[in-house]
Design a binder for this molecule. Structure first.
Ligand SMILES: Cc1ncc(COP(=O)(O)O)c(C=O)c1O
Length: 418
C-alpha cells in the first residue's frame, strides 16, 4: 500500500493530479465495490505498468518489429503469449489488443465483410455494445440479429438461437455476455454453428478468471475465436487478448496489427504476462471459487430480504437484481448506494420496460469483495447495507449512518496489505 501512496514525483510536477489519485485510492479502500466488470489488479501488475516499458514503440510481432531495440519486448511478448496459451489450452494467442472492444473489432475485421450477418446476444438481455449495438461500430458495419433469454426462466433460449441461425444463416455467432449470471453452454453453440456453417466467436471477457480456474466450461475447444479482457475476473491490467486455432493465426494477427492497431502497449503486455502467471496458481483458483460462493451468498441474502434475483440465482461472479417490487429504478438505486459508498451499476433486466439510462435493475459482482477476502457472512452484511440504504433512500440520517458503517467494515478488509 505504501508503494501505491508513493507519488512524490507526481506531487512535485502536478500536485492536482497526485491529490486526485490519492483521493481515488481512499475511495477504493473505504468503499464496497460490487461493479462486476472491475477488480483490483495485483500490486505487481500495477508496478509493471509504471516502468520504462511505456517508452518504446514495438510495432509488429516478436522478431518482426518495425523498430530497433526490441530484444526485451520480444521476450516479454513471447512469455505473455505462451502463458495465456497454456492457461486456456489454446493453439494461438494475440496479446496486443488494447481492450476487449479492440479484440472484438479485430476478429470481425479478419473474418467478416461489412454487411455480413452475425447472431449475438441482445444488449438488453445481457450482451455487450460490441455485439451489434446500433450505436457501436459493430452494429454500424455488420448486420446483427439478436437472441435473448427465455421470458420465464431468464436463461439463454438455445432453441431460439438455433431457430434464428437456421432462418438468417449468419456468418458468425457470438456467445458471451456482460450481464448473464449463468454458465454458458459453448458446446451447444458449436453444434448450432455447425448446422449453418457459421464461425463461433466466444467473448469470455467477464468469466475469463472462472474459466482459467476450471470452474466454467472452457470455450477454446469449441470456438473458432475467443476474445477477452484481462481486467475483470482475470485480475490483470486493463487490456484484451484473442485466442484462436492455428489455422486462423495469420489472419488474426494481421487484423490486430496493422489492421486495427499500431504500436502495442508493451508495459501492459508485460503486466498481462504477470497476471497470466498469477492466474495459473492454486491461490488464484481458490480466489475464483470464493467469488462464486460470495455471489451465491449475496444472491440468497438479498432474496431472503425480498429482492427478486434474475433467473433465481447465479453460477458466476455476478447477479442481477430486479428492483421493480421496491418501486425504485436502477439509476436511482445506483445513486443512493453511491452515497453510502457501495458501488454498483444500473442494468436492464430481461424484458425491461425502462430505457437503458434508467433501468429496472442493478448488476452486482463479487470479484472485488472476494479479492478482499470477504466471505459468505460478509455478503449478508453487505446485503443488509444495500437493503437499509434502498429502503431508507430519502432519509439522509440513516444513509449517513450506513456510510459510516461501510467505512468501519472496510477497515477490516484491506485491498493492498496495510
Ligand atoms: C463481454 C464484454 N466484451 C467486451 C467488453 C469490452 O471491454 P473493454 O471495455 O476493455 O473494451 C466488455 C466490457 O465490459 C464486456 O463485458
Amino acid at each position: 500500500m505504501s508503494f501505491l501512496r508513493k507519488l512524490d514525483l507526481v506531487e512535485k510536477v502536478d500536485p492536482e493530479i497526485a491529490e486526485l489519485i490519492l483521493k481515488e485510492l481512499d475511495r477504493q479502500v473505504y468503499g464496497i465495490n460490487l461493479i462486476a466488470s472491475e477488480n483490483y489488479a495485483d500490486e505487481a501488475v500495477i508496478q509493471v505498468q509504471a516502468t520504462v516499458l511505456t517508452n518504446k514503440y514495438a510495432e509488429g510481432y516478436p522478431s518482426r518489429r518495425y523498430y530497433s531495440g526490441c530484444e526485451m519486448y520480444d521476450q516479454i511478448e513471447r512469455i505473455a503469449v505462451e502463458r495465456v496459451k497454456q492457461l486456456f489450452n489454446a493453439e494461438h494467442a494475440n496479446v496486443q489488443p488494447h481492450s476487449g472492444s479492440q479484440a472484438n473489432l479485430a476478429v470481425y475485421l479478419a473474418f467478416l465483410k461489412p454487411g455480413d450477418t452475425v447472431l449475438a446476444m441482445d444488449l438488453a438481455h445481457g450482451g455487450h455494445l460490441t455485439h451489434g449495438s446500433s450505436i457501436n461500430f459493430s452494429g454500424i458495419l455488420y448486420r446483427f440479429i439478436h437472441y435473448g433469454v427465455d421470458r420465464s426462466t431468464e436463461l439463454i433460449d438455445y432453441d431460439q438461437v438455433e431457430k434464428l441461425a437456421l432462418e438468417y444463416k449468419p456468418r458468425m455467432i457470438v456467445a458471451g455476455a456482460s450481464a448473464y449470471p449463468r454458465e454458458i453452454d459453448f458446446k451447444r453453440f458449436r453444434e448450432i454453428c455447425d448446422k449453418v456453417g457459421a464461425y463461433l466467436m466466444v467473448d469470455m471477457a467477464h468469466i475469463a478468471g472462472l474459466i482459467a480456474a476450471g470452474l466454467h466450461m472452457n470455450p477454446v475447444p469449441y470456438a473458432d475465436f475467443v476474445t477477452s479482457t484481462t481486467q475483470k475476473t482475470l485480475k490483470g491490467p486493463r487490456g484484451g487478448f484473442i485466442l484462436c486455432r492455428r489455422e486462423y493465426a495469420e489472419a488474426m494477427d494481421r487484423a490486430v496489427f496493422p489492421g486495427t492497431q499500431s504500436g502495442p502497449l508493451m508495459h501492459i503486455i508485460a503486466a498481462k504476462a504477470v497476471a497470466f502467471k498469477l492466474a495459473s496458481t492454486e491461490e488464484f483458483r481458490e480466489y475464483q471459487r470464493l467469488i462464486v460462493r460470495d455471489a451465491r451468498a449475496l444472491a440468497s441474502s438479498l432474496d431472503s430480504r425480498g429482492y427478486r434475483i434474475v433467473s433465481g440465482g447465479t453460477d458466476n461472479h455476478l447477479l442481477l437484481v430486479d428492483l421493480k417490487r421496491l418501486g425504485v429504478s436502477g439509476r436511482n438505486a445506483q445513486d443512493v448506494l453511491e452515497k453510502t459508498r457501495i458501488y454498483v451499476n444500473k442494468n436492464l433486466v430481461p424484458y425491461d420496460e425502462k430505457p437503458p439510462y434508467i433501468t429496472s435493475g442493478i448488476r452486482l459482482g463479487t470479484s472485488c469483495v472476494a479479492a478482499r477476502s470477504m466471505k459468505e457472512s460478509e455478503m449478508d452484511t453487505i446485503a443488509r447495507f444495500i437493503d437499509t440504504s434502498l429502503k431508507n433512500r430519502r432519509d439522509s440520517t440513516i444513509l449517513k449512518k450506513v456510510e459510516e458503517e461501510v467505512i468501519e467494515f472496510c477497515k477490516s478488509f484491506p485491498i493492498y496489505g496495510d
